[in-house]
Design a protein around this ligand. Structure first.
Ligand code: SF4
Length: 504
């Protein structure tokens, strides 16, 4: 089904893609069942079944879509974000502020505090409605910061009381003369925080990409990433392409250029809503080749970009030169990492990419932990089946756990794996837990690190830096305890508490 930009609300990925958050088993089974869910036309073979979730009886801690939408709106330059919510939802702003300053330092921007305001809804507002307070806050935001765009993010509270946020932002937009963009991201709407990416990308597509016909720029490549250093220019620059880096601290000018580009790539298919929407609305082709993790995948990714942008005559020389450049160092890293066992914890396609990198480096990966799983992508193109491609190219993963970052499940999964090291995104949960179990940890916040040819070397060298720290982590473990009973401390099945299984 195409992306629907007529409504201000993005359909959640649970509805669009059948996203699940709880599963455990062989990765090949998950890939097979996922293919069947959407009837994508592949031969799923006998025994396929609709993808069903496990059912953990409680949730220990998590994030919500509102936090993702708000963080990524807040770091767009020259904007103000208003969280129409109780003050508790705004606690995520401490993270956003740190993230924004760190991004600025890495990208050479002037560090600034992000501009966000919370309407601080209270009991009276919950009874009588909060739209007057919202209108007043939008006016205050405009007077105080003179932004070029104001975002208004909804919350569970405003969803429950049914505030007319769309009506209010329309009224204030007329009054102030700048775009006031509603982001419908009530935390309860989706079971997974990654729906927040769709919300901000929906807002960008609907309101910030100009709908008049721009002159096309045949040398411009949109790159949608999670944030962090630009590792893309060295990859596609030799093809004569200029990178338009999107998300992770955009300027409004960069967003306005989105519809003029020759093509769009994403570093992770979790972010593909914007890429698919650009193809649907503006005819900007979405590169659908498997993500560039590992040499073969990077070769094919570059070939697809070259094909779509008319640079096929250049690409083989770039591939040969990059392969030759990294070969000696790759060999050295493989020698040093041989026989090591890694555990990957990250979000969906990014996790699949990291597993591909580790396996190409000679690391054994039998266990992985994905924060959610999308059985499909918005394009519905099987080329974007990152898990299927991973299994086909590098083999099965025996223990593949899908969990929305639940500490108690991470504990069991790590006990089952007993790896030499953990590589993870979200340093707060998996990293802390692994460290307290005495396992060296490599947290990767800026997820571009493992991409392309150089990414293999970056990841390999980083692992070699953490492996010698085992003694330190063993000291940490000796002084750590977990708030679990003895039977759970020994449990190695993350879904031992699955209520669906228990009911059978
Ligand atoms: S939007 Fe809802 S789930 Fe998210 S922080 Fe606020 S109350 Fe919690």
């Amino acid at each position: 089904m195409p992306i629907n930009l007529r409504t201000p609300q993005a359909e959640t990925r649970d509805q669009r893609l059948g996203t699940i958050t709880q599963w455990d088993g062989r990765a090949s089974q998950l890939a097979k069942d996922s293919a069947f869910t959407f009837g994508c036309g592949r031969d799923c073979g006998p025994g396929g079944k609709r993808l069903c979730e496990l059912n953990s009886p409680y949730s220990q801690a998590s994030m919500c879509a509102e936090q993702i939408a708000v963080t990524n709106a807040t770091i767009i330059k020259d904007t103000v974000v208003i969280q129409h919510s109780p003050i508790g939802c705004a606690s995520s702003q401490s993270f956003t502020s740190r993230y924004s300053r760190d991004l600025a330092a890495r990208r050479g921007w002037k560090p600034e505090d992000p501009k966000s305001i919370c309407t601080n809804l209270g009991e009276q507002d919950m009874v009588f409605g909060g739209v007057d307070r919202l209108a007043e806050t939008i006016r205050d935001a405009y007077q105080r910061h003179k932004p070029r765009v104001i975002f208004v993010a909804t919350s569970c509270a405003t969803g429950i009381i049914g505030d007319d946020v769309d009506g209010t932002v329309r009224q204030l937009e007329d009054e102030l003369g700048i775009p006031v963009v509603a982001l419908h991201c009530e935390g309860f709407k989706s079971r997974h925080w990654s729906s927040g990416w769709d919300v901000i990308e929906h807002g960008i597509l609907r309101r910030l990409v100009p709908d008049w016909t721009h002159e096309k720029n045949p040398d411009l490549l949109n790159v949608i990433h999670l944030g962090g250093p630009d590792v893309f220019t060295p990859l596609v620059g030799p093809l004569g392409l200029k990178v338009n880096l999107i998300m992770g601290g955009n300027s409004l000018e960069r967003l306005a250029d989105l519809s003029t580009a020759a093509a769009t790539v994403t570093m992770c298919f979790v972010l593909s809503y914007l890429a698919t929407g650009l193809e649907q609305e503006y005819g900007v082709p979405e590169i659908r080749a498997p993500l560039p993790y590992g040499q073969d995948a990077t070769d094919n990714w570059l070939r697809d970009i070259a094909r779509v942008t008319g640079r096929t005559h250049l690409v083989e020389a770039v591939i040969a030169s990059e392969r030759a450049r990294i070969a000696p160092e790759l060999e050295r890293l493989r020698g040093l990492l041989k026989g090591k066992k890694g555990f990957v914890a990250a979000g969906a396609a990014f996790a699949h990419g990291l597993i591909a990198d580790l396996r190409e480096l000679g690391v054994t990966v039998d266990d992985a932990y994905s924060f959610h799983h999308d059985p499909s992508t918005d394009s519905r193109d099987p080329e974007q089946d990152s898990l299927g491609h991973l299994i086909q190219a590098t083999g099965d993963i025996e223990n593949f756990t899908v969990s929305p970052d639940q500490h108690f499940q991470t504990h069991a999964a790590l006990k089952r794996s007993n790896p030499d090291f953990v590589i993870c995104r979200h340093s707060g949960t998996t990293a802390t837990l692994a460290g307290r179990l005495g396992i060296p940890v490599l947290p990767i916040f800026y997820s571009n690190d493992g991409l392309g040819y150089e990414g293999l070397l970056t990841i390999g060298r980083a692992i070699l830096r953490v492996l010698p720290r085992r003694r330190f982590y063993e000291d940490v473990a000796a002084h750590s305890s977990f708030p679990y009973q003895k039977w759970w401390l020994e449990e190695t099945n993350p879904y031992a508490l699955d209520t669906a299984e228990a009911a059978e």
